[in-house]
Design a protein around this ligand. Sequence first.
Ligand SMILES: NC(=O)c1ccc[n+]([C@@H]2O[C@H](COP(=O)([O-])OP(=O)(O)OC[C@H]3O[C@@H](n4cnc5c(N)ncnc54)[C@H](O)[C@@H]3O)[C@@H](O)[C@H]2O)c1
Length: 269
Amino acid sequence: MARVLREGAFEGETHIVTGAGQGIGNAVATALAEHGAQVVLVDLDLGRLEEAQAEIAKVASVKPLVVAANVTSEDDVKKAVASALEATGAVNGVVNVAGITKDARIAKKSFDDFKAVMAVHVHGTFLFTREVAAQHWHPLFKANGNEPLSDGANRFIINFSSVSARNGNVGQIDYTAAKGAIESMTKTTAREFAGYRARVNAIAPGPVNTPMLAAVPEAGIQAMARSTLTGFVAEPSHMASMICVLADPKISGYVTGEVMQVNGGLYLD
Ligand SMILES: NC(=O)c1ccc[n+]([C@@H]2O[C@H](COP(=O)([O-])OP(=O)(O)OC[C@H]3O[C@@H](n4cnc5c(N)ncnc54)[C@H](O)[C@@H]3O)[C@@H](O)[C@H]2O)c1
């Protein structure tokens, strides 16, 4: 992916990206690394992470770190944040991308599937958000006499919602509930993290060409493309560009608590 910001925009910064093994998370991590960030790639499978690490290293100035972790596991997330801090000394940003779907209409939806979808999106986003605060940003705030941080460091959280949070989607009672929760969590986190001078935002993508869409038949994909105003299904790079923009304090320094709609006009808020 071509650079969208100035060269070295994130030089000297550490960014954790969950779900970095494939799809949007992989594109996000690549884009942040291309702009100079030390990225920490988090996903379930170490083998896939190592492949991503090798690919991203080709365009990065700093070799990515990898941490195999299940975002629903409190212990895994604690360790992932601790190892990022141990390796780099600071975490500037977290992009909570990891996600799953288990589509079925309500009458046929198993409770286990419902809980699994909620856990990856809601628990995973909460745990990474809490851990970066608990292990790092809150101690900095306390050391600063409980005064807002004034060290000028870039700090951000970016969460992943979906257009379906506001528009609803058949078969996705769990997924849409989780994404709606993520939008609310983004606002609460923005309020709580103001003292850390961290900006907290979310993006709500429309359909994106990733393995998550693989289950949708070609006719369905074409229908999705037609229902946008842009006329096409997005590529992961469209989302990655928006993440770079939100992560960059020079561009988005006055943006916090927002959910950015990146849906090609499929839904107009
Ligand atoms: N693709 C779309 O059309 C679309 C649309 C709107 C929103 N989104 C959101 O964008 C994000 C990325 O989606 P994608 O399309 O790239 O999906 P994807 O399925 O291609 O990739 C998701 C990644 O998350 C990882 N993951 C899943 N569960 C995990 C867990 N418990 N712990 C750690 N990692 C885990 C997977 O291994 C995978 O690498 C998700 O939050 C999704 O809800 C996607």
